[in-house]
Write a protein that binds this ligand. Structure first.
Ligand code: FE2
Length: 222
């Protein structure tokens, strides 16, 4: 897979390892300063948490003060918030919400009979750093029913607020058969690929059974 800025995912991960995170050398940043396409919008959906949980940190796999870890595949999602000109957007606010591994939201409107996970809240608030970077640790969400005969593919909801722009979108995972029939993803058209990430192997400092997703988010002006 190639990232949307033309760099390979392996290259990005190499940078992440070398920098102890996502630090990028100035020269690489210069290479990245090129035209990007705005990330496509997606619906807010019915499960945006109107009442925000107290635990909003970047590790969604545990709840503060409660021993134990959420069930499911641990994933680390990381990337940058950029402008279409390729400039990083520092100080952007990201809200993230998602279903647990069983496909259930911690939301009073979710009627899915799949179990709640007492160790998973499914919500976080993040702020990009000076280089526009974000990252969080979570569980790969499960698919869930969106009607009597339709399942939504695994996805993570994002609301990204920069200095000028607000974007509401969803991130999907490569190789999910339900992607092919999801009206929200398919409705994007040819640009849908920019909402889909492949899960790759962990970098050495991460859990050996974790997976990594690298996804850049592009705002119009930042
Ligand atoms: Fe959803």
């Amino acid at each position: 897979m190639r990232a949307q800025n033309g760099m390979s995912r392996r290259h990005l991960l190499g940078l992440a390892v070398a920098g102890g995170g996502l630090a990028m050398a100035g020269g690489v940043r210069a290479v990245c300063a090129q035209a990007f396409r705005r990330t496509p919008d997606q619906i807010l959906g019915p499960f945006y948490p109107v009442v925000k949980p107290l635990d909003q940190d970047a590790d969604l796999t545990t709840i503060a003060g409660k021993p134990g870890r959420a069930e499911g595949q641990v994933i680390h999602v990381m990337g940058r918030v950029l402008t279409v000109a390729g400039h990083p957007v520092p100080g952007a606010r990201l809200e993230i919400w998602q279903a647990n591994t069983h496909g259930r939201y911690t939301h009073p409107s979710d009627t899915n009979p799949a179990p709640l996970d007492p160790h998973f809240e499914g919500f976080a608030v993040l702020t990009t750093d000076a280089e526009g970077r974000y990252r969080f640790k979570t569980i790969k969400p499960g698919a869930y029913p969106a009607g009597p005969d339709r399942m939504r593919p695994p996805h993570i909801h994002f609301e990204v607020t920069g200095q000028s722009n607000r974007l509401v979108t969803q991130l999907y995972f490569a190789g999910e058969p339900l992607n092919d029939t999801d009206p929200f993803l398919q409705g994007v058209g040819p640009n849908k690929e920019r909402l889909i990430v492949a899960l790759g192997p962990p970098t050495p400092e991460l859990e050996p059974d974790a997976r990594v997703a690298v996804w850049d988010i592009v705002l119009e002006q930042g």
